[in-house]
Design a protein around this ligand. Structure first.
Ligand code: ADE
Length: 235
């Protein structure tokens, strides 16, 4: 996978790159590169944003700035890019990230993630240069960088070999193996701590009973999450 992140803060990703599963993925031949909008801005003084037409607070990332950065990186008209590779704008108004979307992204050969700052993007960036827009939750971050890391983290850990154990990402929260429900609880030694004991079934050595118990716990957690109310589907 070839991952390009367009940002005003490429240095934030130095830390991210050093995380073990990310480093594993990179060692396997995957690539994570950062492109700084400021390096190619056609405006003087490194300017990348401007005040919104119609008034209002904050600054908006300019379409000509993003066009210049994409053109310099890919050598094509950025309006042609979405038909060539998956270009994603990170914005609170985008499609909500979930495990199914992560699977979809992990199957891509290349991804481009565009981070917004301030009030976000000039809408023409999203409309003409991207294939889709993704949100990581119904709250507003100061910029898209943390969201890009979340997307990159969730995608890279799905790539074979990134986690070390091939099956680590198979039966976990929200996967088809658990019918889309959250994962069951885990316990390790000691079996008793201050009288808080591990469920008996997990110590039984009875694999089928353990499997049934875990599925049931996962299902119950899913039910509880539905009762707590949706955080992601806008209901
Ligand atoms: N940029 C700012 N807030 C965001 C969010 N919730 N998801 C994705 N990108 C963002």
């Amino acid at each position: 996978m070839q991952l390009d992140v367009f940002t005003l803060f490429p240095q934030w990703f130095d830390w991210f790159r050093s995380q073990r599963h990310v480093a594993n993925a990179l060692a396997l031949g995957h690539d994570l590169s950062c492109v700084n909008y400021r390096d190619t801005t056609p405006l003087s003084g490194g300017q990348v944003d401007d005040t919104p037409f119609g008034g209002g607070a904050g600054m908006v990332l300019r379409v000509d700035v993003v066009e210049a950065a994409l053109r310099a990186r890919y050598g094509v008209d950025p309006a042609e890019l979405p038909s060539q590779r998956r270009v994603i704008a990170l914005t609170p108004g985008g499609r909500m990230l979930d495990d199914a979307l992560v699977d979809e992204l992990a199957a891509e050969r290349a991804l481009t993630l565009l981070c917004g700052r301030y009030e976000g993007f000039d809408e023409r960036i999203v409309e003409h240069f991207t294939s889709d827009a993704i949100s990581i939750g119904r709250y507003v971050l100061a910029g898209g960088e943390l969201a890009a890391m979340v997307v990159a983290d969730t995608v890279l850990r799905k790539l074979p070999g990134a986690l070390g154990h091939e099956d680590s990402a198979q039966e976990e929260s929200f996967t088809a193996a658990l019918d889309g429900a959250p994962e069951y609880p885990h316990y390790t030694r000691p079996a008793d701590h201050r009288g808080w004991s591990v469920p008996e079934v997990l110590l039984s050595g009875h694999h089928e009973r353990v499997r049934q118990w875990r599925l049931e716990q996962s299902r119950l957690r899913g039910e509880q999450q539905s009762l707590d109310g949706p955080a992601g589907d806008g209901a």
